[in-house]
Ligand binder design. Structure first.
Ligand code: TYD
Length: 208
């Protein structure tokens, strides 16, 4: 059976990727794909518990603890969801994956990216998403959207300079992996973003 494709969504908090998730699923289903939607950190029973810890704003932790928990959740996610689903020929759309660790834990928190690369190799070997959509907005726009949220989580409550570093690290990843990671300008109208998503997915939509 043909392996499914693995698509991931990235962006700073407030970039609007969750809004586009439903659209991506619709586009894939229109061409007959069977799609499993999931997220990180999370996607499994254990991973969701780790997510609750990671997002809890009362839970102070060392930046390396944060990174290790992200990768622990990812190990479980790959084993229980991503790999089996792809092997069954279904497609996986994940709201965040390893690029987020490079952006948030290395860019945002300042961890050495070589350490993350070791964890990446350990946890996922050579596996990479087939396509990553990076929803890009200026930090001020992301911050404006996040400020509407009543109960902000441990990441959402970070200041603008943190998100500047996260965004810069994402843009660095885009430069490093231009074939895999595609930028979607999310500062335009919702309709404009939807069009851009559709165009970017087109090569995969045509894939048998
Ligand atoms: P997010 O995807 O923004 O979910 P929601 O839209 O429900 O708030 O929340 C996940 C948070 O976790 C986000 O702030 C980024 C952070 N994160 C990391 O710091 N490193 C990672 O490796 C991943 C997967 C997420």
């Amino acid at each position: 059976m043909k392996q499914g494709k693995f698509i991931t969504l990235e962006g700073i908090d407030g970039a609007g990727k969750s809004t586009q998730l439903a659209w991506i699923v619709e586009l894939l289903q229109r061409v007959g794909k069977s799609v499993v939607v999931t997220r990180e950190p999370g996607g499994t029973a254990l991973g969701e518990q780790l997510r609750a810890i990671l997002l809890d704003k009362t839970m102070a932790m060392h930046a390396e603890t944060e990174a290790l928990l992200m990768f622990a959740a990812r190990r479980e996610h790959l084993d229980k969801v991503i790999l089996p689903v792809l092997a069954q020929g279904q497609w996986v759309v994940s709201d965040r994956f390893t690029d987020a660790s490079f952006a948030y834990q290395s860019g945002g928190r300042g961890l050495d990216s070589d350490k993350l690369a070791i964890l990446e190799q350990w946890v996922q070997g050579g596996l990479q998403p087939d396509l990553t959509l990076f929803f890009d907005v200026p930090v001020e726009i992301g911050q404006e959207r996040v400020s509407q949220i009543k109960n902000r989580d441990r990441f959402e409550q970070e200041q603008a300079d943190f998100f500047q570093r996260v965004r810069a690290a994402y843009l660095e990843r885009v430069k490093q992996f231009p074939d895999r990671i595609r930028i979607i300008d999310s500062s335009q109208s919702l309709a404009g973003v939807k069009d851009a998503v559709e165009q970017t997915l087109q090569p995969l939509l045509n894939y048998g």
